[in-house]
Design a protein around this ligand. Structure first.
Ligand code: CP
Length: 330
């Protein structure tokens, strides 16, 4: 186990509005710190309703006449597609700027502020992915319509964390009392940053498995320690596999490294294989925000404990609930 906690990284302090209960209407979604347990419970309830509705009738007209702009400055498959599917299943329309902002006026040098102030003229809500920490907050400062953070650099990915937590809840029936192990790139991984900050509200034990240079940022470690949670760090999956209820695996993100030699050193450090899964509990689940590039062997996909594609589907239900919420259709 790693003993000392090095100050690896500082996240920008995001100004945020706490959302309570069903009070999502008109709100930006910038950080998981906006959500208390009551709100999480409300969103999860709505997501379950969306799931039932999709199963029974495929979609509804709840957001008919509303327009979502998906503005993605970084690549995406799941977040962009699930927001589009969510909006369309609720009867709304989408302006998709997801195939590369190089085809928009961003390539002519337009600022984020002007792009946002333009797109809000056509839209009722904007989903933004951007490589810079704090970009969603910047967009929200300029926009009069809700901004949903779909990933701001190495900062946060709040809607991913909501779907992750929802998946844990649906798969295991509870969150309290669980041992959650996170594996891989904990330094740059915005999904693990957001999920950890959400889990601080629960009675869980955390186990962080990473190479030394990819440890969880100090600012998040401090939140965990201040909350009095049971947390340990290690470099080895073998230290956590037997006791974990949730194994949350992440990709080492090549695009975040300035020194590619460092990336080469750590990129293949972890691979979850059927042999490793043999040591895990019968009821544990394996999650991954995806895409994967070798961290989970394809043979693991056949294991019923591999929940990552069920997790993908939950993303659509959560995003349906969020879009309906921020557009005041609670
Ligand atoms: N989980 C996630 O953010 O995936 P995408 O990068 O494909 O959107």
């Amino acid at each position: 186990m790693v003993k000392s906690l090095a100050p690896l990284f500082d996240l920008q302090n995001i100004a945020r509005v706490l959302i309570t209960g069903n009070g999502l209407a008109g709100q930006d979604i910038l950080s998981v710190s906006q959500f208390d347990r009551e709100t999480l419970s409300y969103i999860f309830g709505r997501a379950r309703e969306m799931r039932e509705m999709v199963k029974k009738i495929g979609g509804a007209d709840l957001l008919k006449g509303y327009v979502l702009t998906c503005l993605f400055y970084e690549p995406s498959t799941r977040t962009s597609a699930s927001f589009i599917a969510a909006m369309e299943r609720l009867g709304g329309s989408v302006i998709p700027i997801t195939q590369g902002v190089q085809f928009s006026s961003v390539s002519k040098g337009e600022t984020l502020a002007d792009t946002i102030r333009t797109l809000e003229q056509y839209s009722d809500v904007i989903v933004l992915r951007h490589p810079d920490i704090g970009s969603a907050q910047t967009a929200a400062d300029y926009a009069d319509i809700p901004i949903i953070n779909a990933g701001d650099g190495t900062g946060e990915h709040p809607t991913q964390a909501l779907l992750d937590l929802f998946t844990i809840r649906e798969e295991l029936g509870t969150v309290d009392g669980l041992k959650v192990a996170m594996v891989g790139d904990l330094r740059y991984g915005r999904t693990v940053h957001s999920l950890t900050k959400l889990l601080v509200q629960y009675d869980v034990s955390l186990r962080f498995v990473s190479p030394e240079i990819l440890r969880m940022p100090m600012v998040i470690m401090n939140e965990i320690i201040d909350a009095g949670m049971d947390v340990r760090e290690t470099h080895d999956v073998a230290d956590v596999i037997e006791n974990a209820d949730v194994l949350y695996v992440t990709r080492v993100q090549k695009e975040r490294f300035t020194d590619l030699a460092q990336y080469e050193e750590v990129k293949d450090q972890y691979e979850i294989t059927p042999e490793i899964m043999e040591k895990a509990k019968d009821k544990m689940i394996v999650l991954h925000p995806l895409p994967r590039v070798g961290e989970i062997h394809y043979a693991v996909d056949h294991d019923p404990r591999a929940a990552y594609f069920r997790q993908v589907k939950n993303g659509m239900y959560i995003r349906m609930a969020l879009l309906a919420g921020v557009l005041g259709k609670a």
